[in-house]
Design a protein around this ligand. Structure first.
Ligand SMILES: *Cc1c(COP(=O)(O)O)cnc(C)c1O
Length: 323
């Protein structure tokens, strides 16, 4: 994210950033560090920006050079409709006789939710090794359109290690010592994921996310996101202590779930990731969740929806068959 902002935009230029959670906010903070001006589009928690909102904001400000989006907002589990928004950004640019660069943080969506960078007119997509790629943390990937590339080449350089021009000039090697062990780990991951088939992988993550949402809703908790991503299922714990629930899940069942991040969400929600979870581990989560919630005074019986889960979770058998 930092390499992209530092390599593509100059201090004083203005970008549009929809903020629906911690990672949208991070774009704003990084821009601040580089003196890049930001027009924010503040969203309700769990909301994604609509194509109309983006169009209106761009129509009202002819000096916006780029829109920085968050495909899957991991703090809320909300998915942004890039398929509709990319073409809107391109269209406004054409009408205004200029190029508006569309950037998307796809760190938790690559291999997890459907993503079609070129068809959806995304100029810059970024990803990282530790989410849908199922590898250790430490590597980031940046993919640029020819328009983004020509913008990058005309900027005065800023930064050193994170100046993307250095990597572009030396594209088949690396300008600095690369994290060789991580590159190899990602290669193994990619071989595995491609042997399963990318569509099947996305399908397995979708099926796991649907199953998790069904368990949570059956326990009568409300989802945070209006438009759900497959990367994380976040839900309000109304009346139940999320810290106590997370502690019981960890200590009694060996299951780690994440807390909410930031002022509005910390201490109020839990987040569970479906990425790469097999059918049996999802059912084990369901049972552990059932037992944990019963201890905390919220009774529900998974038996009632077992048949339904059996069907919903079928896709996530993928992870079991290939081990
Ligand atoms: C994980 C993630 C990042 C990277 O965050 P780190 O704090 O560096 O792990 C950025 N954006 C999104 C949407 C993410 O899910």
């Amino acid at each position: 994210m930092e390499a992209l902002v530092g390599s593509l935009f100059s201090a004083g230029e203005r970008v549009l950033v929809p903020v629906g959670g911690k990672f949208g906010r991070r774009w704003v903070e990084i821009c601040g560090a580089f003196g890049v001006e930001v027009m924010t589009l503040e969203l309700e928690v769990g909301e994604a920006p609509s194509p109309e909102e983006i169009r209106n904001h761009l129509n009202n400000a002819a000096d916006i050079v780029a829109v920085l989006l968050t495909h899957s907002e991991t703090s809320t589990g909300c998915l942004t409709d890039l398929r509709s928004i990319g073409p809107v950004i391109k269209d406004v640019g054409i009408k205004q006789g200029r190029k508006i660069i569309c950037c998307a943080d796809c760190i938790s969506s690559l291999c997890v939710d459907e993503l079609s960078k070129d068809e959806w007119d995304i100029d810059c997509a970024i990803a990282a090794s530790q989410k849908g790629l199922l590898a250790p943390p430490g590597l980031a990937f940046v993919c640029l359109s020819s328009e983004a590339l020509s913008r990058m080449k005309t900027r005065a350089s800023s930064g050193y290690y994170f100046d993307l021009r250095r990597y572009y000039d030396d594209v088949c090697r690396s300008p600095f010592t690369p994290a060789v062990s991580l590159v190899r780990a990602v290669r193994e991951s990619l071989r595995y994921l491609l042997s399963l088939g990318l569509d099947n992988v996305v399908g397995a993550n979708r099926s796991a996310a649907e199953g998790l949402r069904r368990i949570v809703e059956h326990a009568q908790f409300r989802l945070v996101a209006r438009q759900s991503s497959n990367a994380v299922v976040a839900f309000w714990l109304d009346g139940v202590d999320p810290l106590a629930a997370a502690r019981l899940l960890r200590e009694e069942h060996g299951i780690v779930v994440a807390q909410g991040q930031g002022e509005t969400l910390s201490g109020r929600i839990l987040r569970v990731s479906p990425i790469g979870k097999s059918k049996s581990s999802l059912l084990a989560f369901g049972r552990a969740f059932e037992a944990t919630m019963a201890k905390l005074g919220r009774e529900f019986a998974l038996d009632d929806i077992m048949e339904e889960l059996d069907r919903t979770l079928e896709g996530s058998r993928l992870w079991e068959s290939q081990r």
